[in-house]
Design a protein around this ligand. Structure first.
Ligand SMILES: [Zn+2]
Length: 337
């Protein structure tokens, strides 16, 4: 299929937002890789603008040296993902300016969030990441973006111009896979959830059969903006629009160390934002031990209690170390159920 034509946007406004990202990039604490992003809605509404560098959650910064790892994960959260996690609203249909090409993991979080356009500063195309990980960007990041209906551009600020780098084959944005948000509970059931979320979650988990699933999944209760309470279940899956055939058609050499699958818990973080849901009691139930990356990202979410069933790790065997470390430090309540 031929890629689509790009859709119109306000170039001057986009250049200003790229400038916002460039303005903060040097404040990144990382010594070798300083990256920034600016997320904004298509109208450039000032209340929608958020700029972040790659950075560590405050709770980690207080306790660790910047080179320490949480399990196998760096403490740093990439700029694009940090914007999405720290933005209080749904980023569906939003644009993002980034100083550097986005990595496959950020491609996944942008796709899960329903972001519509990505602008990369042209200077970033010559920098470290693309040079070292050209395959990861050219093959995985761009493939994920294209299938998710995201337009990707290179922006030349000084020349006030842009070039489409990769356009989607369809502008219809596919819905995230593996997400089940049930109809609202009645008032009595909702009150019971709010009264004792751990018990309610245990019942929900048992009823749903989550522990018997052959893949990772998480469940929680979440309140929508109108205050009604929903059961939410998220299964690990490929990013929106990406099929197993797409993945199979890529050369393993080019896929580097990255997985295409999005972890259930990581996906939940973006699902609740996309639907503007609030997790009741900050409590989630996982059928596998979440990855160390999910534990790092967790500190930019409202989650404060993780119930973990079984001892099987979701793809990352160091997730359990991260869970124990967080529990010891009192960062997160971990309940091995
Ligand atoms: Zn990234």
């Amino acid at each position: 299929m031929e890629p689509m034509q790009y859709e119109e946007f306000d170039l001057d406004m986009v250049i200003r937002r790229m400038q916002d990202a460039v303005d903060v990039v040097l404040s990144s604490e990382h010594d070798t890789s300083k990256v920034a992003a600016c997320l904004f809605d298509p109208d450039g509404n000032p209340a929608s603008i958020i700029s972040r560098t790659n950075h560590r959650p405050y709770a980690l910064k207080q306790r660790f040296d910047w080179t320490d790892r949480i399990g196998k994960s760096s403490q740093f959260i990439h700029a694009e993902t940090a914007c999405l996690l720290e933005y209080g609203r749904s980023a569906e249909g939003h644009s993002i300016c980034v100083t550097d090409p986005f990595c496959p993991n950020c491609a996944k979080t942008l796709a899960e969030s329903g972001v519509k356009r990505i602008f990369i500063d042209h200077k970033g195309m010559d920098k470290d990441f693309v040079q070292r990980r050209a395959g990861a960007f050219n093959v995985i990041s761009l493939e994920i973006a294209q299938k998710a209906g995201i337009d990707v551009y290179i922006l030349y600020r000084k020349d006030r111009r842009f070039e489409p780098l990769r356009l989607p084959t369809s502008h219809i944005v596919p819905a995230p896979a593996g997400v089940v948000i049930d109809a609202a509970l009645d008032m009595e059931a909702a009150a019971r959830v709010k009264g004792d979320v751990a018990t309610a979650l245990t019942e929900f988990a048992a009823e749903s059969g989550i522990n018997a699933l052959p893949h990772s999944a998480v469940c929680c209760f979440a309140a929508s903006k109108d205050g009604r309470v929903h059961r939410v279940m998220v299964h690990e899956s490929l990013p929106p629009g990406l099929s197993p055939q797409d993945v199979a058609s890529l050369k393993p050499d080019d896929t580097d160390k990255y997985r295409f699958t999005v972890d259930a818990l990581n996906k939940l973080y973006f699902v609740v934002r996309r639907h503007e849901l609030k997790i009741i009691g900050g409590a989630v139930y996982c059928n596998r031990v979440p990855s160390s990356r999910a534990f790092v990202n967790m500190l930019l979410t409202d989650i404060r209690k993780v119930m973990i069933a079984g001892r099987v790790p979701d793809h990352d065997p160091t997730g359990g170390d991260a869970a124990r470390l967080y529990a010891e430090m009192g960062l997160i309540e971990v309940d091995w159920v």
